[in-house]
Design a protein around this ligand. Structure first.
Ligand code: ARG
Length: 461
C-alpha cells in the first residue's frame, strides 16, 4: 500500500515494521473524534480562505458520510494506513477524490492525535464522573438505611470502638467525593485545544484556532506549539485519578469480601453478584468484589506505564507517545466497568444487623467509654486507662464482658464508679454520645447525609 508520507522513500516498509508500528488496531476507537476534529478543521480552512468554501463543503460532506458509513459497519480499516488519522484521510480521499488531499493543510498528525485524545477523554471523564455520582447516591441511601446499624469499628483489624454501618459507608462517600473532584480537575486541563500546533512549530497558514476550539466545545487553546503536541499530562492525571478511585474500591471490596465470610457474617451478597465453585457445592464467592480489587493492579500499572513512557522524552512528539493509548483505553474500560458493577453489588447486598451488633458488643469496644467516664469524674486519663485495662484483663480471665461486672466489682478498681456506668457502656449509648460533627451518632450522620445530598444535587445539575 502506498503511504501518505511515501514521497521521500525508495523502499516499502518492512512487513514486520508495518505491523509493529501500526496503531489502527486500538486507535480506531478514536474514529468519531478524528472525524469531528477534521470537520471543524475543514470548516475553519474554508472560513479563513485557506481552502475555497466549495472545497471545505466537499470535505465536510465527505467526512459526514464516512462517519455514517463507519457507524453502520460498512468500513474496514487498513493496517497499512497505520493509524486512525491516515485511515480516515485515505478513506475520505477515496470518496471525494483529489480535494481529500487538502484536508491535512496546516495540520500534523501530532496535533491531530493530541486533539482526538483530548476530545475522547473529555467525554470519558464526564461519563466516569456521572457514574461516581450514581454510586454515591447508592451509598447515601444505604447509609440512611443503616443509621442505627451498630457494628464494630476497627483499627489493625482488631475491634476498636462501635460505629454504625451508615457512618462507615459515609467514609466512602467522602473518598468518592474527592475522586469526583480529582476527575473534575483533570477535565479542566484536558479541555484545551491543541490544533494549530502543527508538527511542533505551529504553521504559516492563518488558522483560526479559536474558531476550531469553539466548534469542538473546548474552553481554551494550548499556549505553546511544542507543549501542544508533547503534553500528555492530562492522560497521566486521568490515570492518577483512576488509580485513587480504584484504590478506594479495593479497600471497600476488601471489606465486603471479609464481611461476606462466615467468620464475619456481616453481609451476604446477592446471587447475581456472586459465583459458585465447580467442585464445592456449598460455595458462594464474592468474585465481583475480588475482581474489582484485582483490577486495581492493572489501573496502577497503566499509570506507571504511561509515566515511564513519558519519562525523559525530549520535546516534542516522539513515537513513544503512541503507547499512551492502550493504557488509557484500558483504564477507561476498567474504571467504568468497575463502577457499573460495584454500584448494584452494594445496592443488592443484605446486611445482617444482628451479627454486626453482636460483633460490636464483643471485643470490649466500650472500654474507652469506661476510661472517659473515669476521666470525667476527675481521674487522670492515663490512670483511668490503666484501671480499665485491669478490668478488661479480669473479664478476659473470667470469660465475661464489662456489662456483666457488678457495681461492687467496678468500685473495687475505682470508688468513683456509680450505677450510671451501665448506661455509659451500653453499646448504643457509646455511639449516640459521639455526636460531634463527623462522628458516628445518628444525629451527626444525618447531618452529613443531608449535606451530601445537597452537594450531590448541585453536582448533578
Ligand atoms: N499514531 C500516532 C500516535 O498515536 C499518531 C501520531 C503520529 N505522528 C507521527 N509523526 N508519526 O501517536
Amino acid at each position: 500500500m502506498s503511504k501518505l508520507w511515501g514521497g521521500r522513500f525508495q523502499k516499502e516498509t518492512d512487513r514486520l515494521v508495518e505491523d509493529f508500528h501500526s496503531s489502527i488496531a486500538f486507535d480506531q476507537r478514536l474514529y468519531r473524534q478524528d472525524i469531528k476534529g477534521s470537520i471543524a478543521h475543514a470548516r475553519m480552512l474554508g472560513k479563513t480562505g485557506v481552502l475555497s468554501r466549495q472545497e471545505a463543503d466537499t470535505l465536510i460532506r465527505g467526512l459526514e458520510v464516512l462517519l455514517a458509513d463507519i457507524e453502520n459497519g460498512e468500513v474496514t480499516f487498513e493496517v497499512g494506513a497505520e493509524d486512525i488519522h491516515m485511515n480516515v484521510e485515505t478513506l475520505l480521499t477515496e470518496r471525494v477524490g483529489e480535494v481529500g488531499k487538502k484536508l491535512h493543510t496546516g495540520r500534523s498528525r501530532n496535533d491531530q492525535v493530541a486533539l482526538d485524545t483530548r476530545m475522547y477523554l473529555k467525554e470519558q471523564i464526564r461519563d466516569v464522573m456521572h457514574l461516581i455520582l450514581d454510586l454515591q447516591k447508592t451509598v447515601l441511601s444505604l447509609a440512611e438505611e443503616h443509621l442505627y446499624t451498630v457494628m464494630p469499628g476497627y483499627t489493625h483489624l482488631q475491634k476498636a470502638q462501635p460505629v454504625t454501618l451508615g457512618h462507615h459507608l459515609m467514609a466512602y462517600f467522602e473518598m468518592f467525593r474527592r475522586d469526583y473532584g480529582r476527575f473534575g480537575d483533570a477535565l479542566k486541563r484536558t479541555d484545551v485545544m491543541p490544533l494549530g500546533s502543527g508538527a511542533l512549530a505551529g504553521t504559516t497558514f492563518p488558522l483560526d484556532r479559536q474558531m476550531v476550539a469553539e466548534e469542538l466545545g473546548f474552553s481554551d487553546i494550548t499556549a505553546n506549539s511544542l507543549d501542544g503536541v508533547s503534553d500528555r499530562d492530562f492522560v497521566v492525571e486521568f490515570e492518577g485519578a483512576a488509580s485513587l478511585l480504584m484504590m478506594h474500591f479495593s479497600r471497600l471490596c476488601e471489606e465486603i469480601i471479609l464481611w461476606a465470610s462466615d467468620e464475619f457474617g456481616f453481609i451476604s451478597l446477592d446471587d447475581g453478584y456472586s459465583t459458585g465453585s465447580s467442585i464445592m457445592p456449598q460455595k458462594k464467592n464474592p468474585d465481583v468484589a475480588e475482581l474489582i480489587r484485582g483490577k486495581t493492579g492493572r489501573v496502577y500499572g497503566n499509570l506507571l506505564g504511561t509515566l515511564t513512557t513519558l519519562k525523559s522524552l525530549p520535546l516534542a512528539y516522539n513515537k513513544d507517545m503512541q503507547e499512551d493509548k492502550e493504557a488509557l483505553f484500558d483504564t477507561v474500560d476498567t474504571v467504568k466497568k468497575s463502577l457499573l458493577t460495584l454500584n448494584p453489588m452494594l445496592g443488592t447486598m443484605t446486611v445482617n444487623k444482628d451479627r454486626m451488633a453482636a460483633g460490636a458488643k464483643g471485643g470490649f469496644t466500650n472500654a474507652t467509654d469506661v476510661a472517659d467516664y473515669l476521666a470525667k469524674k476527675g481521674v487522670p486519663f492515663r490512670e483511668a486507662h490503666s484501671i480499665v485495662g485491669q478490668l478488661v484483663f479480669k473479664c478476659i480471665r473470667e470469660n465475661r464482658v464489662l456489662e456483666d461486672l457488678t457495681l461492687e466489682e467496678f468500685q473495687r478498681y475505682a470508688h468513683v464508679f456509680d450505677k450510671d456506668i451501665y448506661t455509659v457502656i451500653d453499646i448504643y449509648e457509646c455511639v449516640d454520645k459521639r455526636d460531634i460533627p463527623g462522628g458516628p451518632a445518628a444525629s451527626a450522620v444525618i447531618e452529613h447525609i443531608e449535606e451530601g445530598r445537597r452537594w450531590l444535587a448541585g453536582a448533578q445539575r
